[in-house]
Design a protein around this ligand. Structure first.
Ligand code: CP
Length: 308
């Protein structure tokens, strides 16, 4: 049984295969309405549970759409409407759901909830985001970069702002896909040292930058994310605004990157905070391709997990 818990776990060959498969499924659907099923129906007769203990637009809708396009059925559960919200353990939830469904996608708070669920489930588990990582997002981002600019290996990524869960998954991806990454994050908001150490242990160059303008120089891909993560409390908002303000992605930052650089943001975006509207809506932005590719990459991840 294969789970998809983090980008550091599958082999680099498997990750590249998932991206190839996603691109071929995307091409096969060109011109087809979203509600039309794929010609192949590998999830026919399968039921997927989507468990969301945090809000979601893209992850929830793209998994739901993807399961339907592959011929499967889906049920979406919020933490509050299950016993998870009243303290039932992830282990018992895993044992129970495994008796009903064929695969579990979960968005949860702590990584240990995900790991406990995966340890006790007898069906594949996919990480739909934890406080620590967001692997489906970054797989979609790598796919999107390669669609626009070719192989990401040996290219340079510059991350701006909060070193959050998406940033940590970018560090996993740097190790697996072989790109260098510059982290333009103020010291209190750098990603966990274990993610930096992982990328370096895999041979990826990781630079910790303090000057955002210098960090952008030579970047092929500029990425940022909302300053306030879902697990942050509202009282952090002002402190984060103050600390991260100098790391906003704006026209000056994009001008310092390579001429062909593209801009990514996993969305939702807070215009005027981490990124200006001019960049988000500008010619270098590929944010809606990124959002679309969540659908295609997750279909490939589900098929990888179920081996169908
Ligand atoms: N990027 C992302 O995961 O979006 P949602 O929170 O809307 O799922």
């Amino acid at each position: 049984m294969k789970h998809f818990l983090d980008i550091d776990q599958p082999s680099a060959t498997d990750l590249a295969g998932i991206i190839r498969h996603a691109r071929s499924m995307k091409s096969a659907r060109l011109g087809r309405a979203r509600g039309v099923r794929d010609s192949a129906q590998p999830l026919s007769g399968r039921l997927v549970a989507l468990v969301f203990e945090k809000p979601s637009t893209r992850t929830r809708v793209s998994f739901d759409t993807g399961v339907r396009q592959l011929g499967g059925e889906v049920m979406t559960l919020s933490g509050a409407e299950t016993q998870l919200g009243r303290g039932e353990s992830s282990a018992d939830t895993a044992r129970v759901l495994s008796r009903y469904v064929d695969m579990i996608v979960i968005r949860t708070h702590r990584e240990r909830n995900l790991l406990e669920l995966a340890e006790h489930a007898t069906v594949p588990v996919i990480n739909g985001l934890t406080d620590n990582t967001h692997p489906c997002q970054v797989m979609g981002d790598v796919m999107t970069f390669e669609e626009h600019r070719g192989p990401i290996a040996n290219r340079r990524v510059a991350w701006f702002g909060d070193g959050n869960n998406v940033c940590s998954s970018f560090l996993h991806a740097a190790g697996q896909f072989g790109f260098s990454i510059t982290l333009a994050c103020p010291e209190p908001y750098r990603p966990g040292e274990e993610y930096v150490a992982y990328a370096r242990s895999m041979g990826a160059a990781v630079t910790l930058a303090t000057d955002p303008q210098v960090a952008a120089e030579g970047a092929d891909l500029v990425v940022t994310d909302a300053w306030l993560s879902m697990h942050d409390t509202e009282d952090l908002r002002n402190e984060k605004r103050e600390c991260l303000g100098a790391f906003q992605v704006n026209d000056q930052i994009m001008a310092a990157a390579t001429e062909n650089a593209i801009f990514m943001h996993c969305l939702p975006a807070y215009r005027g905070e981490e990124v200006t509207s001019a960049v988000l809506d500008g010619p270098k932005s590929v944010v809606f391709d990124e959002a679309e590719n969540r659908l295609h990459i997750q279909k490939a991840i589900m098929r990888y997990c179920l081996e169908v």
